[in-house]
Ligand binder design. Structure first.
Ligand SMILES: [Cu+2]
Length: 349
């Protein structure tokens, strides 16, 4: 039998009328333990839910549910969860803002019945959305609780020793060791952080990344703020993704749309960390948004309904929904959409 690839999977998915068991059997993946193999056998024996009709004709992976509680995080909480850390005053009167991030290894159920041997910061993927104000002093204590060396490399303006790469400052942090990264919150905008240990693609694709927001001194207008980190998972370690998502769990926002209010300003912080694919995108139905690339200006550069991003690119999208109802958003690479990266806004009064 020819090896299962993402493209073969795509052809197979709609025809199967997927339930969780079908997906589990179809997505190439490995558990790596005897107990897990038994679990897989149980699936094959038919505990899967009946085939679920796709949402609006999309090839749904549904028919089962991801256990967010077992994962320890829920994309519906991550989307509005901004971590301001703890603050104190420095002798010069500036604010010092501090966090502790710990790397760990954990199994994450990324689609119903499909587990992935992930690496995480603070037990979630993406890691905590660190948020600060322009010009503050930031101090991040990093504890490596994993079995491999890791770092945190922050995007932003800082000194070389704080860069979180091999050979600079503390360099790679060994398992069980820790370090402190310290720098000023500059420039304002939407940034990211990720592990920078080789092989880099694997260290990122395993889940070691998160968003990092620096608010301008004169704050942006009040809005309903959302965070999406576009990612994917290579479940069979062939350096191609089998599943795609925003905030890790494919179709999470299709199963339960993101509620927003009609007429209210919605500000979406959008980061692309997708590994192995050259480009990713975000497309919104039934509406347009103002786009602020990297969030480093308060003047939008575009009024559009689609943005494209390479890995590491990010931007702020601002929109108001004039009409009630459900509006889809998804990658405009259709195959990413069909493999998980889609959802809905539900506009209510
Ligand atoms: Cu790493």
């Amino acid at each position: 039998m020819a090896p299962l690839t993402r493209r073969r999977l795509l052809r197979a998915v709609p025809a199967l009328g997927l339930g969780a068991a079908a997906l589990h059997a179809t997505v190439p993946h490995s558990h790596g333990t005897a107990a897990a193999a038994e679990h897989e056998g149980a699936h094959a024996a038919g505990d899967g839910a009946p085939a679920a009709a796709g949402h609006g004709g999309h090839a749904g992976f549904r028919g089962g549910e991801v256990d967010h509680r077992a994962n320890g995080f829920d994309p519906h909480e991550i989307i509005r969860d901004f971590d301001w850390g703890t603050t104190s005053k420095l002798p010069d009167g500036r604010t010092l803002r501090e966090w502790t991030l710990a790397a760990a290894e954990q199994e994450v159920e990324i689609a119903p019945g499909v587990t992935f041997a992930a690496w995480s910061y603070n037990g979630r993927i993406p890691g905590p959305t660190l948020r600060a104000k322009e010009g503050e002093r930031l101090r991040i204590r990093f504890v490596n609780g994993g079995r491999h060396p890791h770092t945190i490399h922050f995007h932003g303006i800082h000194t070389a020793p704080a860069d979180g790469v091999l050979g600079l400052g503390a360099g790679e942090i060994a398992p069980g060791a820790s370090t402190v990264y310290e720098f000023d919150a500059l420039p304002f905008g939407l940034h990211l952080y990720h592990c920078h240990v080789r092989p880099l693609a694997e260290h990122i694709a395993k889940g070691l990344y998160g968003a990092f927001i620096i608010d301008p001194k004169d704050a942006r207008p009040k809005a309903d703020e959302l965070l999406m980190v576009m990612n994917g998972f290579d479940t069979n370690y062939d350096r191609a993704n089998e599943l795609y998502a925003a905030n890790t769990i494919g179709f999470a926002y299709a199963e339960r749309p993101i509620r927003v209010k009609r007429g209210e300003l919605v500000r979406l912080y959008l980061v692309n960390v997708l590994e192995y694919d050259l480009i990713n995108s975000f497309h919104l139905h039934g509406n347009f948004f103002h786009y602020f690339p990297t969030g480093t200006s308060k003047k939008p550069v575009e009024f559009t309904d689609t943005v494209m991003m390479c890995q590491g690119q990010r931007g702020i999208l601002e929109m108001r929904f004039p009409h009630l109802g459900k509006y889809m958003f998804h990658a405009h690479q259709s195959e990413f959409t069909e493999l998980g990266w889609m959802g809905f806004f539900e506009v209510v009064d």
